[in-house]
Design a protein around this ligand. Structure first.
Ligand code: CP
Length: 316
């Protein structure tokens, strides 16, 4: 089995196959209900989560497998000083696959090196969140029929936003994306992510502070939360948290086909009134997140889905 720390661990054909597999799973839920019978997933969550943990777990249960783990490290032996490596050397004896979320960048990589089963990064600090990107890609695919040739605005905390970093890096690999990076000066996109766009001839970016002046150009608006847990200083958080609030007035300036994405949880950055707008795609993202995790979990364990023909074997 193969660990997935960043989506760079998967080839574009493998990611494309996962997108097709998730669609297949959605249409054949009963057929796949025993694909992972006898398997066990561990969810090791050292940081809060609603969607990621519950969807990893639901994904395994819907494939016939079982789940163990902890949500919040306070009940685990890390409180006694146990290292991530020792935890993974232990848990590898119990399960077939691990999903780990940790507040420190690089923790999932450390975990994968210690583990003898596949480890999936469920978010490592402000670094990467590859399975969120799989959900995002599935949502773009279902809204536009493609993940390329799009103008993608990303708005809010682009510095600590791990979902943003994973998504930009992966869209660069597919190519032909114009990024509009909308953030306050204090929360601009890290240089290593900008370097990735610069290294991709078919992609480009602009950095702006104002959402209203660019919203009309966008095919996709990916909103993000200003993340209180990543700030060292509460005053900075309070000053920046409500910089961008998407409401119906701003949405009136956007294209009719624009899709609004958000990894969730949201705080104030998307007004609840937007939920009823056909452009709101963030609860579709949630559903796609579970389907993509079903596709990924079964794939990293090498479990075939009855009736599924791998994408490579199909005529395109
Ligand atoms: N999108 C996401 O990672 O949500 P949770 O923090 O609730 O898992």
């Amino acid at each position: 089995g193969k660990s997935v720390i960043s989506l760079d661990d998967l080839s574009i054909p493998q990611i494309t196959d996962l997108l097709h597999k998730a669609q297949y799973i959605d249409a054949h839920r009963r057929e796949v209900a025993h694909a992972c019978d006898g398997r066990v997933l561990a969810t090791l969550f050292y940081e809060p989560s609603t969607r990621t943990r519950l969807s990893f777990e639901t994904a395994m249960l819907r494939l016939g497998g079982k789940v163990i783990g902890f949500a919040g490290a306070q009940l685990a032996s890390v409180t006694k000083g146990e290292s991530i490596a020792d935890t993974l050397k232990t848990v590898s004896n119990y399960v077939d696959v691990v999903a780990i979320r940790h507040p420190k960048e690089g923790a999932a990589l450390v975990a994968s090196r210690a583990a003898s089963v596949p480890v999936i990064n469920a978010g490592d600090g402000g670094h990467m969140h590859p399975t969120q990107t799989l959900a995002d890609l599935a949502t773009l695919q279902s809204r536009f029929g493609r993940v390329t040739d799009l103008t993608v605005g990303l708005c809010g905390d682009l510095m600590f936003g791990r979902t943003v970093h994973s998504l930009i890096e992966t869209l660069c690999r597919f190519g032909n994306v114009r990024f509009v990076l909308i953030s306050p000066d204090e929360l601009k996109t890290p240089q290593y992510v900008l370097d990735r766009i610069d290294a991709t001839p078919s992609c480009s970016y602009v950095e702006v502070k104002d959402l209203v002046s660019v919203i009309g150009d966008l095919d996709v608006l990916y909103m993000t939360r200003v993340q209180k847990e990543r700030f060292f200083n509460e005053d900075d958080y309070l000053r920046l948290r409500d910089t961008y609030i998407l409401d119906e007035d701003k949405l009136a300036l956007a294209k009719e086909h624009m899709a609004v994405l958000h990894p969730l949880p949201r705080v104030n950055e998307i007004a609840v009134e937007v939920d009823d707008d056909p452009r709101a795609a963030y609860f579709e993202q949630v559903k796609n997140g579970m389907l993509m995790r079903m596709a990924l979990e079964s794939t990293v364990m090498g479990d075939e889905l009855p009736g599924y023909e791998p994408f490579e074997n199909k005529e395109v």
